[in-house]
Design a protein around this ligand. Structure first.
Ligand code: NAD
Length: 484
């Protein structure tokens, strides 16, 4: 299969926080890979802007080190790397003061896309937007890219949105959720809306329930202090799991166009039902061997922040009436895996004498590891012994199906940065989506705070607290296995 990489338009990309962890680990290596793939025009330029006192050549050396650290050696071509580094420049800037801004303005070329990546703490977003405006860089060609967290609750999210909206139109604001940049997530839309097979079954008449799992094996590690003010609900459910839920549950948009898609996602969030206290399980990982407990990691021996959450919710509309959506995410679990599973109802009657509920069609959309989509169908177990049934996957693994080119699937960050340059907002969250997600999340958090709920402990390397298993057992269902 021939790869079709279409170069984007020429651009100046400024990375505020260009010396930080996110820039070195994700953004710059991603840009290098896009250049190696032939997607970056010769005239593209990248400017790091941060507090550090370094010059252009110091910055290039730093980026060289980052690329050599975060990209496997055999995927780096020396000539391409040199040519990539030539496009880099650096400006020392103070987001809170006026120092460096005129230098930055002088480096920007006219007649091309200007993208500003805010890879800094969210407390600086408002002041960056304000200064871009003050120094005349917030024109119609400008785009700003921001990373989560988009607020801590509805009130702070509104304040953040307002501070950006004071100087930029919503069409210029790109809120990154890297889950949306994953190949499988986009394929979910292709599978749903590009085939006649699925849509007729995509409702409460045929779907029994939906599970969304994002399991990590790592703990909060060095991010303990930050995480302890956040927790799994704010850090994962309000954004990543919510976005996945929207894509699986939304009505077909009339076009594959940013606002048509985001309008449908917003309707889903607004239709989510409140979560009953007995449909919510919060957990904290315990000590395991020499590994610290959550409270050790968070350096707060009394912390009530959850490193695990499982919940059941519904979407109050015709399509999904009566269909539970079970969401779970946590740290230090058995395996690292992200999966959306659509579990269909059993056949109404089994002609084979087995309990008809013994077999189900399941559509499993795996984000990691081994991105791909599997459809489990029931067939006859091969060989003698009569009609014994077995569920096997019809595998739609992209790497295999698409041949060698399919293996070079761009990383989520790379794809999203290129979408910013193209001006395509489809895979970015709109401000009203973020606020609606907080409007659903806030009362759930307020509820457990008022009740004074203490998270249940769970063993590191397990499936989470026992109560999470019970959440489904009570409904005669069970979680999909957490497998790597
Ligand atoms: P970091 O602390 O490693 O880097 C911060 C950068 O901001 C540095 O380049 C620093 O020079 C610059 N900076 C700080 N104050 C400044 C000021 N007053 N003026 C100009 N520059 C200033 O942080 P990070 O881990 O790279 O994270 C950046 C943002 O991305 C944060 O909002 C974080 O929540 C978010 N984020 C990070 C990750 C990640 O993997 N690191 C993942 C998701 C989201």
């Amino acid at each position: 299969m021939v790869s079709r990489v279409i170069p984007v338009d020429p651009f100046d990309l400024v990375i505020f926080g260009g010396t930080g962890d996110l820039a070195r680990r994700k953004i710059l290596p991603g840009l290098y890979r896009r250049m190696a793939a032939g997607q970056m025009p010769d005239t593209a330029r990248i400017i790091g802007a941060a507090r550090g006192e370094i010059d252009d050549s110091g910055y290039r050396q730093m980026v060289r080190d980052a690329i050599q650290t975060f990209i496997p050696k055999d995927a780096i071509d020396a000539k391409t790397l040199d040519s990539f580094l030539e496009r880099l420049g650096y400006v020392q800037i103070d987001a809170k003061g006026d120092g460096g801004w005129s230098d930055l303005k002088a480096k920007m070329r006219s007649g091309m896309v200007h993208a500003f990546y805010f890879s800094v703490a969210p407390s600086l977003f408002g002041t960056l937007a304000e200064r871009l405006h003050k120094f005349d860089m917030a024109g119609p060609d400008a785009r700003i890219v921001v990373e989560k967290p988009f607020g801590h609750d509805l009130e702070s999210a509104r304040a953040l949105n307002d501070s950006l909206a004071a100087h930029f139109d919503e069409t210029q604001i790109y809120r990154i959720d890297h889950y949306l940049g994953k190949e499988t997530v986009q394929n979910l839309m292709a599978v749903r809306f590009g085939n006649v097979l699925f849509e007729p079954l995509w409702n409460g008449q045929y779907v029994d329930h939906i599970q969304i799992t994002v399991a990590e094996t790592v703990g909060v590690g060095g991010r303990g202090a930050y995480y302890d003010r956040s927790g799994a609900m704010r850090d994962m459910v309000q954004n990543h799991l919510m976005q996945l839920l929207c894509l699986i549950a939304m009505e077909p948009p009339s076009r594959f166009d940013p606002d048509a898609v985001r309008d449908e996602k917003l309707k889903v969030i607004r239709a989510l039902t409140p979560v009953e206290p007995h449909h919510l399980v919060r957990g904290q990982y315990d000590v395991s061997g020499t590994e610290p407990s959550y409270r050790d990691d968070a350096e707060n021996p009394r912390s009530r922040t959850e490193s695990f959450i499982a919940l059941k919710t519904h979407i109050a509309n015709w399509r999904w009436a009566g269909v539970p959506f079970y969401l779970r995410t946590g740290k230090k679990l058995r395996a690292r895996t992200s999966e959306i599973a659509v579990i269909f109802k059993p056949t109404p009657h089994s002609i084979f004498g087995e309990a008809s509920s013994a077999h189900r069609n399941i559509l499993s959309i795996r984000l990691q590891p081994n991105e791909g989509i599997e459809m489990f169908v029931t067939i006859k177990e091969p060989g003698p012994g009569g009609m014994r049934l077995v569920d096997v996957p019809l595998d739609m693994s992209f790497a295999e199906a698409l041949g060698p080119d399919g293996e070079d699937v761009p990383d989520a960050y790379e794809r999203l940065i290129m979408d910013v340059i193209r001006g395509n907002q489809t895979l970015f969250m709109r401000g009203d989506e973020v606020e609606a997600a907080w409007a659903w999340t806030d009362p759930i958090i307020a509820g457990w705070e008022t009740r004074g709920d203490v998270p249940k402990t769970y063993d590191a390397g397990s499936n989470g607290p026992e109560d999470a298993l019970m959440l489904l057992h009570r409904d005669n269902r069970r979680w999909r296995e957490i497998r790597g």
